[in-house]
Write a protein that binds this ligand. Structure first.
Ligand SMILES: Nc1ncnc2c1ncn2[C@@H]1O[C@H](COP(=O)(O)OP(=O)(O)OP(=O)(O)O)[C@@H](O)[C@H]1O
Length: 360
């Protein structure tokens, strides 16, 4: 079997190469360049990443190639990100990077020549009735299925996730035992490079600044100013520059460029118990087709280790989730990622609508 392996220069994908070699495969390794040429902060990390990846390729005697997908990344992921932010929504570039770049453009350029593509994502696949399903990793803290929840059936059926059955500590131990120089490298924060640069600087470059008011939701009192609603996200606590908090962003008025905030840790306005998702994307198939009532599921609205139990219903053509617990900061634009009730199979995801309680 011919395997392409996505190698980032981090510990996880290096261990993937080690495991595949141990199993007798001879993977071809690919580093994807998605950073911005000429940006020092980025090129530094990229250089070190490429150095590490080159070392791993030499150590295991694998074919290694650097694939430049910078333009594709900017045309797809950056364009999507700016568009969402401009519309007052909270984008998820990591989700789009997986769907469109790592498993989209890469597949068209190189992956197509291989039987499988292996990555160091913490996820797994399950075969049931002849079909392949995306499923969760055994390490709940590291599970990355939420970042993969927009991939399609062709993608999931071609992917291999050799780390899905390992805890992160076991992966690090394996790297140490194999004397990989990547063993002690820090985990990356996000999958794609937007996580590595100052996000506000990036947004400012495209959308500029426009001063607006910060208003206390309950009293209507003007508490201060901000530099544009696009720098703020529902549920956000840090970076408001107000004293006497904690203050949380509760809603935004895009037309008037006003940010509404509430004070205190447990204020009712910070919470919702339900939300709807539009354009729900099923990874493998729709298991709810014949179900008329509500369905027990688990879900995530951001990248946290917890799978929250809830009930899913069809609401005017869109799926609605009623959560078993109060949800803080339900941010429109983010993906609601839905799993079966055992948090094993990742069924798919939909963008959280802006009419969720308290959203706009
Ligand atoms: N620039 C890149 N080029 C090729 N593959 C990449 C790149 N960035 C990430 N990947 C692939 O996607 C997987 C998940 O990426 P993520 O950024 O979450 O890294 P991670 O969990 O810290 O893994 P690693 O330790 O391998 O960097 C990686 O393990 C790797 O297979």
């Amino acid at each position: 079997m011919e395997i392409a392996t996505l190698l980032s220069g981090g510990v996880d994908s290096s261990v993937v190469v080690h495991l595949l070699k141990e199993q007798g495969y001879d993977p071809s390794l690919f580093y994807i360049k998605i950073g911005m040429d000429g940006d020092n902060d980025l090129t530094c990390t990229a250089e070190e990443d490429i150095e590490m990846a080159t070392f791993v390729a030499r150590k295991y005697g694998c074919r290694f190639e650097i694939i430049d997908l910078q333009k594709e990344y900017w045309d797809n992921v950056v364009a999507y990100t700016i568009d969402k932010v401009r519309r007052g929504l909270t984008p998820n570039p990591d989700v789009m990077c997986n769907k469109l770049i790592k498993f989209g453009c890469f597949e068209q350029r190189c992956g197509k020549d291989f039987d499988k593509t292996a990555t160091g994502h913490y996820a797994s696949t399950t075969e049931k009735d002849g079909k392949v399903y995306l499923s969760t990793a055994i390490d709940p803290v590291k599970d990355q299925t939420d970042f993969l929840a927009q991939i399609d059936y062709l993608q999931v059926s071609k992917l291999m996730f050799p780390l899905g059955s390992l805890m992160k500590s076991e992966v690090r131990d394996a790297a140490l035992r194999a004397a990989l120089p990547t063993a002690k490298r820090k985990d990356s924060q996000g999958i794609c490079f937007l996580g590595k640069i100052n996000y506000n600087d990036f947004i400012r470059r495209y959308l500029g600044e426009k001063e607006g008011k910060i208003v206390e939701l309950e009293t209507g009192k003007v508490l201060g100013t901000h530099k544009g609603y696009w720098f703020h996200t529902i549920g956000q606590r840090k970076g408001l520059g107000l004293g006497g908090g904690p203050w949380f962003v509760i809603k935004k008025d895009l037309d008037e460029n006003i940010i509404y905030v509430s004070c205190g840790h447990d204020v009712e306005t910070q919470y919702s118990t339900e939300f709807t998702m539009h354009d729900f994307h099923f990874i493998t198939d729709n298991p709810w087709e014949s179900v008329k009532d509500s369905i027990d599921v688990t879900f995530k609205i951001r990248h946290t280790p917890e799978f929250i139990p809830g009930k899913l219903t069809l609401d005017g053509g869109n799926y609605k989730i009623e959560s078993s617990k109060k949800l803080q900061g339900v941010a429109p634009g983010q993906f609601g990622v839905v799993y079966d009730k055992d948090a094993h199979i990742c069924i798919g995801s939909g963008e959280i609508q802006s009419n969720a309680a308290g959203a706009f």
